[in-house]
Write a protein that binds this ligand. Sequence first.
Ligand SMILES: Cc1cc2nc3c(=O)[nH]c(=O)nc-3n(C[C@H](O)[C@H](O)[C@H](O)COP(=O)(O)O)c2cc1C
Length: 380
Amino acid sequence: MKDLFDRYDFHGHRLANRIVMAPMTRSRAADDGTPRPMMVEYYAQRSEAGLIVSEGTNISAQAQGFLYTPGIFTEAHIEAWRRVTAAVHAQGSTFFLQLWHVGRIGHPDNMEAGLHPVAPSALAHPRTIVTRSGPQPTVVPRAMNLDEVKQAIAQYATAARNAIRAGCDGVEIHAANGYLPSQFLHSSSNLRADRYGGGIADRIRFLVEVAQACAAAIGAHRVGVRITPFSAFNGATSPDDEAGLYDQLLAALEDLELGYLHAVTAEVSGNVTLAEAERQKVADVLGFVRPRWRRTLIAAGNFDLERARATIRDGRADLVAFGRDFISNPDLVIRLRHGYPLARRDPAEWYGAGAEGYTDYPRWGVTPSAGAAAQLESAE
Ligand SMILES: Cc1cc2nc3c(=O)[nH]c(=O)nc-3n(C[C@H](O)[C@H](O)[C@H](O)COP(=O)(O)O)c2cc1C
């Protein structure tokens, strides 16, 4: 019988277990997007995971929406990521870099001077973004012209090449959570009249071409795609036919023979688990995706040990990703394996600051140093 702690091999990637560290923005890069040395320690501490997917990493200056998020488009970025991948590989884990373009979910104050957020269409999604002068409402993005669409696709491919130069085992295209590829997918954010908008076949074209370009650049088996079907986070909705959209998307992506698909359950909206009553009503994402995706499938979204094991055993996914629990439990794999209690989640530490709440969570059985952020508790 298949188990969470079994080895898993796919396309030459040899994972020590079926546990994935989910991509998580922690906003600890330098101002210019260069990963700081503490990021080396952070990822190395968590490298008992069979596979680590990095935090969202900007493919270009135009792609950036949030402060202190890392990039993969300068030589300094590549050099710094190389230290991360070397440390993770030394611990025996596999590392995919998540490629991120926020599209309209950004703010000019968080971008290089003169840049303005771009998107498929000039439609804002109302929310606030933290800037150096505090939270500010999003702005109306500028609609990308055809040249800019082509350029963005090419930038994904360059970023994928850069990731491989930095020692990554592959890249994950962030097509989840309402960022740029998702903005192209959905009818509520894409009103284009050219070949990248309109019917489903046209709205999926951007993501399919991005995946093709990355596959051509580094090999299809090194490319994964992350999606959040049936989640309205960041305004990612297709009220006309969301099932039809993902049906056609998965068929098109399957043809590309990619490394994996990473699907997030609809129990989670961004980084928040829905309330119990809401969770009862959401679509069964894995039930939808699995019959349409026979290749490697990663499931994420509100998993605990029991559900993760059942998911693997029943073949509803091949790998299970854990997000929030990996923040406060660097040794999550050991704790799950031995049934040790998990450390408390502390959302106040999630984004942007120093090493506190980042690299100072103790391993099981190690006495927390003075001022350490995590208090061991019996399970939440
Ligand atoms: C602090 C934080 C940052 C996140 N950043 C990203 C990100 O950069 N890219 C992404 O695809 N998902 C991101 N997510 C979502 C997680 O990958 C994951 O899907 C979500 O936390 C649900 O999994 P969990 O219930 O195991 O935490 C983030 C979540 C958290 C808590």
